[in-house]
Design a protein around this ligand. Structure first.
Ligand code: IMO
Ligand code: MG
Length: 429
């Protein structure tokens, strides 16, 4: 029971990086288990301010083994830049490991991500254009190239030649794009391979040994539940499972080992990219949240769509992940609000829905039904003790816990490491 999964409960950007950075101090291993560099985990700590796309947010603790496991797709150029950046800020990266089973994002993946988005025109998904979808497609289509393949140039060349032949046919014949050069990609990726070689290992045995020693292991989720390819707002989703269950597969850990499953939620909700979002606020309140919380994508810089907390989606998220704990972030953003709304059900035509619909076409037509709660109108950003939060904040949190049927264990009211209120410890018991 030594595994704690920390995953996004909404459409991503819930503040997972900060929570991992906080919890990692007390664990031995942190594993990033899904997604790729579409993630952007902001961490502000004594080393500086970082937007981590691939490296686990536990990297700042030298005693923590930080693993990118097989469920992640890796763009080596992005990873090497990130490692460089960390090293230049004095962060030790010698305790960082990449699974030899993780798949690589190749130049044709990023290129195709953009071309596919342009082809969709008005129906574009709003992907991060980092090549995530096309890389996962190749993994499942069994034509992907894995990190471990970089260590054997003969095998790598054979795989690349065969895959690139197909990709170039698509690029030239479907998209009228110039073909990519085999020699250039081969040379570039061999160079990446040499630089990454010291970090590449078989990671499931490392995790297994840590479990045998009963060491605490944190699973760091990327994206959020509502972007899950099965349970999210399909097709406006990502391409790997951000759910706690995805952590089991992405890290190679049996579900029986999970002790706590922690869902991270903002007190409001945001979304980047296209797709339905019933509580979206296209007004001054939405703008206010965006500006106060600086809701701009950490990966793409796009303004995030902001809205009131959606308890229908939240309940669904608790259900499909089996959350034992909720972490609520960005409480301070509501500090000056005279009143705060929370969506408790949807109106669809003349029906009331209290369940998150599987059909995107239905969700697009759902109108939120709100409950309005009084705001606290005082600063919460320096409060460290739960009891000291104003009565109205207690009421808001209590109502949210009731609607989601899950206890809130931790609250953040600011981006810094010490701006955090532990209601009950996540890492004991
Ligand atoms: P973190 O880990 C927010 C969104 C994209 C797009 C959709 C598909 O920071 O929470 P993709 O590039 O994955 O094919 O895009 O998913 N998306 C995210 N939104 N936070 C993320 O990660 C995201 N990763 C992908 O905006 O709508
Ligand atoms: Mg992000």
């Amino acid at each position: 029971m030594s595994v704690i999964a920390v995953v996004g409960g909404q459409w991503g950007d819930e503040g997972k990086g900060k929570i991992i950075d906080f919890l990692a101090e007390k664990v031995k291993v942190v594993v990033r288990f899904s997604g790729g560099d579409n993630a952007g985990h902001t961490v502000i700590n004594p080393y500086g301010e970082f937007r981590l796309h691939l490296v686990p947010s536990g990297i700042f603790y030298p005693q923590v083994t930080c693993i990118i496991s097989n469920g992640v797709v890796i763009n080596p150029a992005v990873l090497l830049t990130e490692l460089d950046e960390l090293q230049s800020h004095g962060v030790d990266t010698s305790h960082f490991i990449i699974s030899d089973r993780a798949h690589l994002i190749m130049p044709y993946h990023t290129l195709l991500d953009g071309l596919e988005e342009e082809r969709r025109g008005k129906g574009a998904l709003g992907t991060t254009r980092r090549g995530i979808g096309p890389a996962f497609v190749d993994k499942v289509a069994r034509v992907g190239i894995r990190v471990g393949d970089l260590l054997n140039k003969d095998i790598f060349l054979k795989q690349l030649s065969s895959t690139l032949e197909l990709k170039n046919a698509i690029l030239t014949k479907v998209y009228q794009h110039a073909p990519l050069s085999l020699e250039e990609i081969f040379e570039q990726y061999c160079h990446y391979g040499e630089q990454l070689a010291p970090f590449i290992k078989e990671t499931s045995s490392i995790i297994d040994r840590a479990m045998a020693r009963e060491e605490l292991i944190l699973l760091e989720g990327a994206q959020g539940t509502l972007l899950d390819p099965d349970f999210g707002t399909y097709p406006y989703v990502t391409s790997s499972s951000p759910l706690a269950g995805g952590g089991s597969i992405g890290a190679g850990i049996g579900p029986m080992a999970f002790g706590r499953v922690v869902g991270v939620f903002k007190v409001y909700i945001t979304r980047v990219g296209s797709g339905p979002m019933p509580t979206e606020l296209q007004d001054k309140v939405g703008e206010l949240i965006r500006e106060k919380a600086h809701e701009y994508g950490a990966t793409t810089g796009r303004p995030r769509r902001c809205g009131w907390f959606d308890a229908v989606a939240g309940r669904f998220s608790v259900q499909v992940n089996g959350f034992s704990d909720i972490v609520l972030t960005h409480l301070d953003i509501y500090d000056k609000f005279p009143s705060i709304k929370m969506c408790t059900a949807y109106k669809f035509g003349n029906k009331i829905l209290d369940f998150f619909p599987s059909s995107t076409a239905i969700l697009e037509k759902c109108q939120p039904i709100y409950e309005e709660l009084p705001g606290w109108q005082m600063s919460t950003s320096e409060i460290c003790d739960f009891e000291q939060l104003p009565l109205e904040a207690h009421r808001y949190i209590g109502r949210l816990e009731k609607l989601l049927s899950c206890p809130v264990s931790c609250i953040t009211a600011g981006p810094r490491r010490n701006q955090l209120i532990e209601v009950r410890p996540i890492l004991s018991g």
